[in-house]
Design a protein around this ligand. Structure first.
Ligand code: SF4
Ligand code: SF4
Length: 425
């Protein structure tokens, strides 16, 4: 899921006072009336003209929706995030400074308005083989950086358009994009903490935001939730119970977080050791998870509408196997992994650990020789997760390998994992 334009691991927070779903009403048709003279046209101001030009250009270059809001503070977002306490320490104390940056004008004094750009990335289909491994947003390569990526190039075009209109813009500050998009009237929140851009598009979107120095016409916020009151399918579908209440998630349990935030040196109690109790719940997911979006009826139309094949994904899916991800042969990371999943993980050993966990969860003896090979990897992080995976195979051959390894292994953590793997029954 996630957490939107690939930025930080999903760190959604409760939207402002979710209301009950709007009750659909069917209005009686109005009685026929006598034709009236056309109303006088509203005078067009320079602000209105500029607003129209910005929106038209955004749609012209492929954004699906565009809205505009003020540069007022996102006070409620900051308050909620603060109240979540240590669950978000890794983020609030990190370089993105989400609480400080919620005071938009303080951190960017030229700010007058914010443009919210929504891109529907699910315009081509996603191979089921890859959906088992990773979130759709990563398959879509919707990163806005570097500018040579298609979504990065689109954002650069937008910024150039603004510059040509003498409008300064800034997209370098992390600001609460989902809240911006809701306040700009282009998305609504879901109980799964995702943003929804209507029933046709659903939640498979990325949001780009641009802080600008121009006063513009502002859209009406759409803070309300359109989730049915009694629906909790997303919460039921969450494999790790990261999503534990409407609009509320413990990011530290989210599969995406476990895939890319459990790295050395993170701090805040987070280590490179994927928690033992959560590993079996991760299935084959090596880079993000869409379970809470796949279960959602608000995505039904998008998920059931046939879409054209994505030629690039059809090409790479053949190579993106768990074996290759585990071994990471020469050139594989550069040509197959990074073009699809480069946003969060820059250290290929993290992918190898994720692949080891994914293989362990298959319980398939086919992988035994592959795991045996990586038990000799020079990285203790990889050896530790491989030992766990071997334990999940629960075979005499795997246990013999583990016993032999226990005699030779020098690292304390790997020895501990190996001993634990031998206890699996
Ligand atoms: S289903 Fe759960 S683990 Fe998967 S992305 Fe949603 S919150 Fe995270
Ligand atoms: S599954 Fe139901 S509750 Fe969850 S986001 Fe979708 S509509 Fe809302």
């Amino acid at each position: 899921m996630l957490f939107t334009t690939p930025t930080t691991p999903t760190a959604p927070t409760t939207p402002p006072t979710p209301t009950t779903p709007l009750t659909p009403t069917i209005a009686a048709p109005p009685p026929p009336t006598a034709p009236t003279a056309p109303a006088a046209a509203t005078p067009t101001t320079p602000t209105t003209t500029l607003t129209r030009q910005i929106k038209d250009y955004a749609l012209e270059i492929g954004y699906s929706k565009v809205g505009i809001t003020t540069a007022d503070d996102f006070t409620q977002f900051a308050d909620i995030l603060t109240a979540r306490g240590d669950a978000y320490d890794f983020w609030t104390h990190g370089p993105l400074k989400p609480i400080e940056n919620a005071r938009i004008r303080t951190v960017q004094p030229f700010a007058r308005s914010i443009i919210a750009l929504v891109y529907d990335f699910a315009c081509t289909s996603f191979p089921p083989e890859l959906c088992a491994l990773m979130g759709r947003v990563y398959q879509s390569r919707s990163y806005f950086s570097p500018p040579t990526n298609i979504n990065g190039a689109r954002l650069e075009l937008m910024k150039q358009f603004l510059a040509d209109k003498n409008v300064r813009s800034d997209n370098n500050l992390w600001i609460p994009q989902r809240w911006v998009a809701a306040r700009a009237g282009v998305t609504t929140f879901g109980k799964n903490c995702c943003s929804y851009a209507g029933d046709d598009i659903g939640s498979f979107i990325v949001i780009n935001t641009l802080i600008v120095d121009a006063e513009l016409d502002y859209d009406t916020p759409t803070y309300e939730s359109l989730c049915p009151a009694n629906c909790h399918r997303c919460i039921d579908a969450c494999p790790t119970k990261a999503l534990y209440a409407p609009y509320t998630i413990d990011p530290r349990r989210c599969v995406g977080f476990l895939n890319w935030m459990t790295v050395p040196g993170r701090g805040f109690g987070i280590t490179e050791k994927i928690p033992l109790d959560l590993r079996p719940l991760m299935a084959q997911r090596i880079h993000g998870c869409d379970a809470c979006q796949e279960a959602c009826p608000r995505n039904h139309k998008k998920l059931t509408t046939p879409l054209p094949l994505d030629s690039f994904l059809e090409e790479v899916k053949v190579d993106l196997t768990l074996e290759n991800l585990l071994h990471m042969p020469a050139g594989f990371y550069e040509t197959r992994v990074r073009p699809v999943m480069y946003n969060y993980i820059r250290d290929h050993r993290i992918f190898q650990c994720n692949a080891a966990v994914a293989i362990g969860n298959t319980h398939d003896p086919y992988y035994l020789p592959h795991l045996a090979q990586e038990l000799g990897n020079s990285s203790k992080m990889i050896r530790a997760h491989v030992a766990w995976a071997l334990g999940q195979l629960q075979s005499g051959e795997a246990n013999a390998l583990l016993q032999k390894h226990l005699l030779a292994e020098k690292d304390e953590w790997v020895r501990e994992e190996t001993a634990l793997a031998l206890e699996v029954r």
